[in-house]
Design a protein around this ligand. Structure first.
Ligand code: KIV
Length: 272
């Protein structure tokens, strides 16, 4: 124990696979949000969000693509470095992008190892359930914690022919159980009926983190840009927008433009 620092200067204890398991056992809810850059991650960490996800949603909400498919491992590592540096308490999970989690198994392990070696992040997220059991087991054996992602799998968008709410209860529960048995420390459940969310939560002992999966999961995750209103266009039903950052930025830009136009910026206060 470090006795040299006053209590207030000590970093808060890190959220870990072990503390998340305890949260589930103790009936505590887990909060998770996406983060792609240092300042946002610093704010979310300070706000006490338990898990930060450097999600492949970065392709859509930061890079402006239509799907999550184009983002690369190198790009995720670049963003993971920033988020990893900012998070003092939260666990940081990094998505394995398409198709790194589908190719030859040792390539997936190498990508997971890059996350732990090149960034200060702590775990990876891998889309898939039962068919990914071997891959999850190999990763965990190699020392790479894995959060499985079942239900709607955005990397499968073209196979599925779009995004839809998943209701195949037996298959989805089987996916979550297979992921847990393979060693996943948590299961993210996306866009399933409330009944399926409940059934998955009842079937596994590890924490379940829902997005559009009803209220029965151990925790909830949202894309931060959706939460804070920093996206334009379609917003899924499961999003609750809790701020309007787009409007704030827009209004600040208008004020700035007008202040330049009418020569009130810079004023004496901003000049040397
Ligand atoms: O990439 C992402 O943002 C996700 C969501 C399900 C949170 O995986």
């Amino acid at each position: 124990m470090d006795m040299t620092k006053p209590e207030s200067l000590k970093p808060p204890p890190r959220v870990t696979t072990r503390s998340l398991a305890k949260m589930r056992r103790d009936g505590q809810s887990i909060s998770m949000l996406t983060a792609y850059d240092y300042p946002t991650a610093e704010i979310l960490d300070r706000a006490g969000i338990d898990i930060l996800l450097v999600g492949d949603s970065l392709a859509m909400v930061v890079q402006g693509h239509d799907t999550t498919l184009p983002v690369t491992m190198d790009q995720l590592i670049y963003h993971a470095e920033m988020v990893g540096r900012a998070a003092k308490r939260a666990m940081v999970v990094v998505d394995l992008p398409f198709p790194e989690g589908q190719l030859e198994i040792m390539r997936t392990v190498a990508c997971g190892a890059r996350v732990l070696k090149e960034t200060k992040c702590h775990a990876v997220k891998l889309e898939g359930g039962a068919e990914q059991a071997g891959r999850i087991e190999t990763m965990v054996t190699a020392g790479i914690p894995v959060m499985a992602h079942v239900g709607l799998r955005p990397q499968n968008v073209h196979v599925e022919g779009g995004y839809r709410v998943k209701r195949e209860i037996k298959t989805l529960v089987n996916d979550a159980v297979a992921a847990e048995n393979a060693g996943a420390f948590a299961v993210l459940v996306e866009c399933v009926s409330t009944e399926v969310g409940q059934a998955i939560n009842d079937a596994v002992n590890v924490p379940t983190i829902g997005i559009g999966a009803g209220g029965a999961t151990t925790g909830q995750v949202l894309v931060t840009n959706d939460l804070i209103g920093l996206t334009s266009g379609y917003s899924p039903k499961f999003v609750r927008k809790m701020a309007d950052v787009s409007t704030t930025i827009y209004e600040a830009a208008i004020q700035y433009r007008d202040a330049i136009a009418d020569n009130t910026f810079p004023g004496d206060a901003e000049s040397f």
